[in-house]
Design a protein around this ligand. Structure first.
Ligand code: AMP
Length: 440
């Protein structure tokens, strides 16, 4: 309870002296709406394809990611937020969630559930990356994972879900795809690749030179021109696939053809993390101006991961979509009108005038909410002018107006915001009237 009158006085807002940490940000207003809009699109498509929601802890044992993602990767070597917990154990903020999913699959006995187990999540990840456009230290991923099935249709379905989700959001994307075979295929290939890279050592960048022994596959997705020239001539992993892996990959491509999802075979696409096997893919915005430098989605098959973490051998595949990157593309590509439409601006505003009307509003708003009808309002405002201004700001097509007289009559006014024409409606019929206005 604030007693001193002065405490309620508005003062010009000063910076608090605290800032968000580098690479982290607050999201609210239009951005907050956009974030939720993407969340809803993800929830809708994941449910339609039979994925169940999963939530796992933000904090995990550091070792979980070190084992699964692998030493020699940027994520493990440089980007993990690792610290000592009060009991002396080494914990970390999750840099990704696939390892958490594999852990949860093992811990919760999901191998005895009907297979495949299909899971989706929308969650924050933490990587101590160098902040730059589209790269944050706390960011969000929408992901789908299918565990317990080694079938090319699973890989294709995941790509279809990611592609169609982006399409639902109005983003045309391009799928880059490759296969890196089984762990054995990869070992054989690596002997060849390392030999080749060593022979070209002097042409490579300093970073790539270091990676020849630490993580040679990473050299393949270097973005530096001097490396690209060497990589273009490098042996291609696809030539080293076993018969089964080749057949599997061909089937994935056939399913994609069937589903009408266009793709580009990309022999240099290997993805950085150790746990991938067979199919790997990334989705990029199709148009150059939307910034095709950064992948919107990354994913692939990880048949060895569950076993590596101590579970039974379990084939699995998944993808992760970077929400901040999707938001960036949407902000650039959508007109304000499209954004308003997408964020469901418009609709109906509820205005009240006088203390009695304000009290009655609480009752009526709840009645509408129970009927599943959401209307904008600001009960703290008293003047009708201020409320109509708000209604205009929200782009509302109609405003319900409840004054002293209407409370007594048991009526309410419906004002068409464009024409200014008002009609009187019985309060008992408010739900039907609003439903009509919202076109529901
Ligand atoms: P990854 O887990 O590295 O395969 O990343 C999957 C997707 O997450 C990427 O394609 C990006 O869209 C997104 N992503 C990865 N790292 C970041 C980051 N530091 N900031 C924002 N988005 C990211």
């Amino acid at each position: 309870m604030i007693h001193k009158k002065t405490a309620l006085k508005k003062t010009a807002s000063k910076p608090s002296g605290y800032t968000t940490l580098r690479g982290m940000k607050d999201m609210f207003g239009q951005e907050g709406e956009l974030f939720q809009y993407i969340y809803e699109a993800g929830k809708k498509i994941a449910s339609a394809y039979g994925f169940g929601y999963i939530e796992t802890p933000v904090l995990e044992q550091a070792q979980l990611f070190i084992r699964s993602i692998g030493k020699g990767t940027e994520v493990v070597d440089k980007e993990m937020y690792v610290f000592e917990d009060k009991d002396g154990s080494r914990v970390c903020l999750r840099p990704e969630m696939t390892a958490s999913i594999a852990r949860a699959y093992i811990n919760n006995g999901m191998q005895s559930m009907p297979q495949p187990v299909k899971l989706w999540y929308f969650a924050s990840m933490f990587r101590h990356d160098r902040p730059q456009a589209g790269r944050y230290r706390q960011f969000h991923q929408f992901s789908c994972e299918t565990l317990g099935e080694h079938n090319p249709v699973v890989d294709a379905e995941l790509i279809v879900v990611a592609y169609n989700m982006l399409r639902d959001l109005g983003i045309n994307s391009m799928v880059k795809i490759n296969s890196i075979g089984t762990l054995q295929d990869r070992e054989n290939y690596l002997v060849e690749l390392v030999g080749y890279l060593k022979s070209k050592r002097s042409y490579l960048s300093e970073d790539s030179k270091k990676r020849i022994t630490k993580n040679p596959l990473r050299v393949l997705d270097s973005k530096l021109e001097q490396d690209i020239a060497v990589v273009e001539e490098a042996p291609q992993i696809i030539e080293w696939l076993s018969g089964d892996s080749k057949k599997f990959f061909m089937s994935v491509l056939e399913y994609l053809d069937e589903a009408g999802v266009p793709y580009v075979l990309t022999p240099t696409l290997v993805r950085g993390l150790d746990y991938y096997t067979d199919t790997v893919f990334e989705l990029y915005p199709e148009s150059e101006e939307e910034g095709s430098q950064s992948a919107l989605v990354g994913g692939g098959r990880y048949n060895g991961l569950v076993e590596q973490l101590g579970g039974q051998a379990t084939p699995a595949a998944g993808f992760s979509m970077g929400i901040e990157r999707v938001m960036h593309v949407l902000k650039k590509s959508m007109s304000t009108e499209q954004q308003d439409q997408a964020l469901k601006k418009g609709g109906v505003f509820f205005a009240q005038l006088g203390e009695q009307a304000r009290k009655r509003s609480l009752y009526l708003l709840e009645e509408l909410r129970r009927a599943g009808l959401l209307v904008q309002h600001n009960l703290a405002k008293s003047s009708l002018k201020a409320q109509l201004e708000l209604a205009n700001k929200c782009g509302s097509t109609h405003t319900l107006i409840l004054g002293q007289k209407e409370v007594q009559d048991g009526t309410i006014l419906i004002r068409n915001m464009e024409s200014g024409i008002q009609e009187v409606v019985d309060q008992k019929k408010i739900t039907n009237a609003v439903r009509k206005l919202l076109g529901e």
